[in-house]
Design a protein around this ligand. Structure first.
Ligand code: SF4
Length: 247
């Protein structure tokens, strides 16, 4: 069975259990649920293989647990100059996750992604989509600022990417928007230039992913805002279609 399908099935099972537990709280007591072990371990990617080749029972990891583990991270050299780890903000059950590249100076100071000029442009894009920051989840591939806002190095991306994978597994959104080259190429494992990746639907672990330009690029190339708006209209169409199908 593919990993993505296995994760979807386990996610559905969790949702059914939550629904049944709600019914029990409402006094509908003829449903007999097996007890949930109090010490059920968190599972980083939802399913972990046991040594005997089967699966161990585990619950979906929370964003708080991932954030706690990130505290004081020294997995790559970016830890030496950062002021704050920039984990991510927004709705932990968001249908759309926006993934950017790495924190800049203002993000590093405030510990929050997309709070500088590019972030204000992202807010305007969200507003045009009928969304607010708190409706979506926003994070970066890299959680610490590269000095002088240089591009992240391959080894830094490799060190930090597991946290992003775990964030996406914890949120399990309907759609991902990859903002810019680093987010798109990292998530898709594809070195095609962003100019050719953008605007075309792809898949990340069974989740629809739309690559588009980074807002910082749009500040330097305002003519490309039109293309990003086309991409965001496609995102909203897809979201409506998925909602219509109950996905
Ligand atoms: S960039 Fe990521 S891996 Fe590197 S120190 Fe920061 S949190 Fe850790």
């Amino acid at each position: 069975m593919p990993d993505s399908l296995r994760r979807d099935l386990r996610g559905s099972a969790e949702e059914i259990r939550a629904l049944l537990e709600d019914l029990q709280r409402l006094g509908i007591d003829e449903i007999d649920l097996p007890p949930i072990p109090a010490d059920l371990p968190p599972c980083p990617l939802n399913v972990v293989a046991a040594e005997d080749g089967g699966e161990i029972l585990c619950r979906r990891e929370t964003l708080e647990e991932i954030r706690a583990e990130l505290e004081g991270c020294r997995r790559c050299a970016l830890c030496t100059e950062r002021r704050n780890i920039v984990f991510g903000v927004g709705n932990p059950r968001a249908q759309i996750v926006f993934v950017g590249e790495a924190p800049g100076r203002e993000e590093d100071e405030k510990g929050e992604p997309f709070v500088g000029e590019a972030g204000r442009l992202l807010d305007r894009i969200l507003f045009a989509m009928g969304l607010r920051r708190e409706d979506v989840y926003i994070c970066n591939v890299e959680k610490c600022r590269p000095p002088g806002n240089r591009d992240p190095l391959t080894e830094e991306i490799e060190a930090c990417e597991p946290y992003l994978k775990r964030q996406l597994a914890a949120i399990r959104p309907s759609l991902i928007v990859a903002l810019g080259r680093f987010a798109a190429q990292t998530l898709l494992r594809d070195t095609t230039p962003i100019t050719r990746l953008r605007g075309k639907w792809r898949q990340y672990e069974g989740i629809a992913l739309m690559p588009t330009y980074h807002p910082a690029y749009l500040l330097r190339n305002p003519a490309s805002k039109k293309e990003v708006w086309e991409d965001m209209k496609a995102v909203m169409r897809r979201l409506r279609e998925q909602e219509g199908k109950g996905i």
